[in-house]
Ligand binder design. Structure first.
Ligand SMILES: NC(=O)c1ccc[n+]([C@@H]2O[C@H](COP(=O)([O-])OP(=O)(O)OC[C@H]3O[C@@H](n4cnc5c(N)ncnc54)[C@H](OP(=O)(O)O)[C@@H]3O)[C@@H](O)[C@H]2O)c1
Length: 308
């Protein structure tokens, strides 16, 4: 089968022919139809996960997936060939991935059935970004009327977080450059837009001189975000980047946990029209190296990979 692999830390991703994976006991094999790009893929492609996660080379890139189960290993009763599924492959060592014709994943790992009414494109782009957005909203738990700053609002996680924050009753301030980016975040529900190419702290203070209730850090300077919080404000970072200094706020690092229950919750939100991740562009499997370059250069929503 075809797969986008790296042969070593930091080696250029290439399109390779590798053997079809065979599901072992407790595993399912998925014919991947849609995958999407995340910061994780870029980090893995550039070798930044060396020393943090075990790798088995050649290691296939791609975490988010949606597709069809086409084989199951011994003892699997939760899935059968023909089932449409989606999820996030985070098994270690990093070896199987979704930028491939097939992937193998334990049936009790991050995989769930695609709910009725959700297509493969939406299912294959929601897993990691959606789970990250849910975890970060859970960490700052906004109350109705709270002002919440989403920093990095134009990416996949940010797009989901704006919608979840609005549903929780918050008033969202989103970071975006003027023009198309600002229109994008407003369309998702942001009430205020601050230009992250300018002075974010000054723009937020102008909106809320007494400070804001919460900040979600997906990009930008942690100290700037922490500095605009009111006393008792809440800060959550997906980048393990806590603010320096001793401020009267709560600041926590958070990590996406795309378990089956979380995926089911995301699937229900998507099916119910409460959550959608705009897809900026789609790529063929062979074009994934270019997609990684484009992702690094900046995105508006998600970049998807559609695999025939
Ligand atoms: N810890 C976890 O479990 C976990 C899970 C998922 C994601 N993450 C991380 O969370 C981050 C966001 O993920 P993502 O998939 O949404 O990434 P993404 O699609 O690359 O989104 C990041 C967005 O932030 C914008 N941006 C760049 N610099 C900025 C700044 N100084 N201030 C405000 N916005 C800025 C980018 O805009 P431009 O297009 O203009 O550059 C881009 O649209 C990534 O670093 C990712 O690795 C962590």
């Amino acid at each position: 089968m075809r797969a986008i692999v790296i042969d070593d830390f930091g080696a250029a991703p290439t399109v390779a022919e590798i053997p079809d994976p065979v599901p072992g006991p407790g595993e399912v094999r998925v014919k991947v139809r849609v995958a999407s790009l995340n910061g994780f893929d870029l980090a893995m492609a550039r070798g930044w996960l060396r020393g943090m996660m075990d790798h088995e080379f050649p290691a296939t890139l791609g975490r988010d997936f949606a597709g069809t189960v086409d084989a199951v290993g011994e003892g699997v009763s939760a899935y059968a060939p023909g089932d449409e599924v989606f999820g996030v492959v985070l098994t270690q060592p990093l070896h199987h991935g979704s930028f491939a014709d097939h992937l193998v994943i334990p049936a009790d790992h991050n995989i769930a059935p695609i709910p009725a009414g959700v297509d493969l494109l939406r299912a294959g782009t929601i897993g990691l970004a959606g789970a990250a957005a849910l975890a970060s909203l859970g960490a700052v738990a906004p109350h109705r009327g709270d002002l919440v700053l989403v920093s990095g609002a134009t990416g996949g996680v940010g797009a989901a977080a704006i919608q979840l924050a609005v549903q929780a009753g918050a008033e969202v301030i989103a970071t975006a450059a003027p023009g198309g980016e600002a229109a994008f975040v407003r369309e998702l529900g942001a009430v205020h837009v601050v230009d992250y190419t300018g002075d974010v702290a000054a723009q937020v203070r102008q909106l809320a001189p007494g400070g804001i209730a919460a900040a979600l850090h997906y990009a930008g300077d942690p100290d700037v975000l922490a500095g605009v919080l009111m006393e008792g404000g809440r800060y959550a970072t997906l980048l393990s980047a806590l603010p320096s200094g001793d401020l009267p706020i709560t600041a926590v690092p958070i990590y996406a946990t795309p378990h089956r229950e979380v995926l089911e919750h995301l699937g229900a939100l998507v099916a119910g029209g409460e959550l959608r991740l705009p897809v900026q562009r789609t790529y063929s499997l062979d074009a994934v190296p270019k997609a990684l370059e484009d992702f690094a250069a900046g995105t508006l929503g998600k970049l998807a990979v559609v695999i025939d």
